[in-house]
Design a protein around this ligand. Structure first.
Ligand code: ZN
Length: 300
């Protein structure tokens, strides 16, 4: 009900601005002054005017960002103080480890979802779907009508979103990809791939991470090794089903011991730079029946 009245209030404010001959941007003080004026009329109660102020202040802006060399999705999310899911879901990024230089990202300035309205969408249904208050969407987008126009972008602050790590599991890159049902052990920029490197073979992939960032078990299994392992530094090895084993090296600290059973997504260690390492990263290896395979062929 108050939404209709609010529309009236917005219209009244616009009229006031026009009469004042100032249609340019107004500061909060300007709006406050206008609201104070309006408060004297009998139609708009001071309560309603306060709500209008609240409405202006809760607007959520959309950030547009162009990916530059060296960017990672996790780095961007940390820089802007929003969740990783906010950026990956708002931009329909299926694999958070794969972004390209020049790619345009759009996301709300607070954690949530930048949603594109489709035919038939209703505010109440969207609020239910993403488990947020109807009013949160209303205020964040400075709406003045319940009618949603297909193609419009809507900020849904606080939207409940799927975990990007688990989402990555369900997508396949096709081709020779063998789906092991793995999730990524760490999200970050790849600094080395599997294959020849500086004259010797690199039997895994290197993923850059912050010291102390959690390293996840890519699948459920049993810990077959956990401790100091020379050039590998602090290392964890897991045995999974079907003769598959995985190895995680250069950790700063381990979270499991030999014989532990782990589930997919369990934190098994934390990123470090122990052993033969030039900076904080995870060295990750995959073996099938004792033979090394390219981890990228098994990861989602
Ligand atoms: Zn490595």
């Amino acid at each position: 009900m108050f939404k209709l009245v609010l529309s009236g209030l917005v219209a009244a404010l616009l009229v006031t601005m026009l009469f004042a001959g100032t249609v340019a941007a107004h500061s909060i003080e300007d709006v406050e002054a206008m609201v104070a004026e309006l408060a004297e009329s009998e139609y708009y109660s001071p309560e309603l005017c306060m709500r209008y102020l609240e409405y202006k202040q809760q607007r959520v802006e959309v950030i547009s960002y162009t990916v530059v060399k060296g960017d990672t999705l996790i780095g961007i999310s940390e820089r802007f103080g929003v969740s990783l899911a906010t950026i990956s879901e708002s931009n329909k990024i299926e694999n958070p480890n794969l972004i390209r230089v020049g790619q345009q990202l759009h996301f709300p300035e607070v954690s949530g979802l930048l949603y594109t309205v489709v035919q038939g969408d209703e505010l109440t249904a969207l609020a239910d779907k993403y488990e947020v208050e109807y009013e949160a969407i209303w205020f964040a987008n400075s709406l003045d009508s319940e009618e949603l126009v297909p193609g419009t972008r809507l900020v849904i602050p606080g939207a409940k979103l799927p975990d990007p790590l688990l989402r990555a599991r369900s997508v396949s890159r096709g081709g020779s990809h063998v789906n092991c049902g793995f999730i990524w052990p760490l999200l970050g920029k790849l600094s080395s791939t599997y294959g020849m490197r500086r004259g010797s073979f690199h039997w895994g992939i290197d993923i850059i991470g912050r010291v102390g960032a959690p390293i996840y078990a890519v699948a459920g299994g049993v810990v077959t090794s956990a401790g100091w392992a020379g050039t590998y530094g602090y290392m964890v090895a897991l045995e999974h089903k079907s003769g598959i084993s995985t190895l995680y090296a250069h950790a700063t600290r381990l979270n499991v011991t030999i014989g532990d059973r782990v589930s997919q997504g369990d934190v098994i260690a934390y990123v470090g730079s122990t052993g033969h390492s030039t900076g904080p990263h995870l060295h990750f290896e995959v073996k099938v029946n004792g033979r090394y395979v390219n981890p990228l062929s098994r990861l989602p």
